[in-house]
Design a binder for this molecule. Sequence first.
Ligand code: PLP
Length: 397
Amino acid sequence: MIDQKLAAWGRSGNIIREIAEYGAEQAKIVGEDHVYNFTIGSPSIDPPACVFETMEKLRAEIPPAKLHTYAPAIGFPDVREKTAQYLTRSFGMPYRARDIIITCGTSTCLAVMTRVLLSGGGRAMTFTPYFMDYKYYAEAVGSTLTECPTDPYTFQLDLEAAERALTEDTMLLIMNSPNNPSGVVLRREGLEGLAALLERKQREYGHPIYILADEPYRDLVYDGQEVVFLPSIYKNTIYCYSFSKSMSLPGERVGFMALPPELDDYEDIYSAAVAVIRAFGYICVSSMWQRVAVDCLGATSDISIYKGNRDLLYGALTDMGYTCVHPDGAFYLFMKTPEPDAEAFCRRAMKENLLVVPGDSFGTPGYVRLAYCVSRDVIVRALPVFRKLIEEYRAAL
Ligand code: PLP
């Protein structure tokens, strides 16, 4: 028997891709310049120079058959060693090579760790708004994802809501800061409060509660905003990083996860992760790309371009009268829609070839997500359309 739930998921598709595909079709009809596509969170700027230099260096130093050979299932030992050293240098935490697993972006960390931590019957929780795939990862292992609300004005943590949402079978919290879709960076005060709450709940429930820190946007922050390194304030944190966004390498599929040595049930979790990686074929990340990415750890693409986009878009939209939460990181802006039905707003915007994604997909109705990792020109040309839309809503009042 074919699992009908899985088949239904496959058929349901992904709304972001659907809107983006509509945009591609429209571009053929009205021309690229008349489609304003803010749907996809795919970097539009070049990787840092270090990436190309390292590729050349590796090509010169390593014979092709060796450079393109299979990597070990969880990454080359020296690549894992360099990653551990980088984390220790950057965050003062004593990671060892054996604590690091090289993955295909944070997607693999999420898929593997939800299976490891939820297969025993526990539940996952996350904070709204959240990256829609978390729900699929949890449900794919027969678990559920509890959506915990945040402060409705700032999207910072609401600790009372978190306490209400936690239950005895909560095994895992999936955290994401800087956040997709809001661009919000979670503040230290709230995170320390959450860590204290989880410590208390672990004692009360008599089992560990883990955090998966999903941080592909860690290095995309503006104005010196602090991104708290969660493992340093809560020991049961598995840290997940990706080179997709900060180094503009989404297609090369490289990232890693780091298990702190003092993690509760470390040996079981580590061994189960290795087993899942093998059983599900998440093995052997590209040999060349894991070497390139890790040699460039700490480098980023020129993120001043995204900051310029953010300032332009946020400034213009709020001047027009739209309400947006100020995004301190990532390359997303979450905008309140002028009518409560965000999907209706999206459909109306689509008629003007302005493509945005409804917040319902991120567990937060009444908003749309704008991915501003586009060229400046797209933003400039889209602004009159945003103005036209809000004026139409005003006129209809
Ligand atoms: N987590 C979040 C919040 C994301 O936005 C994305 C991609 O958009 C991912 C995880 C997966 O990214 P990757 O697998 O490329 O690291």
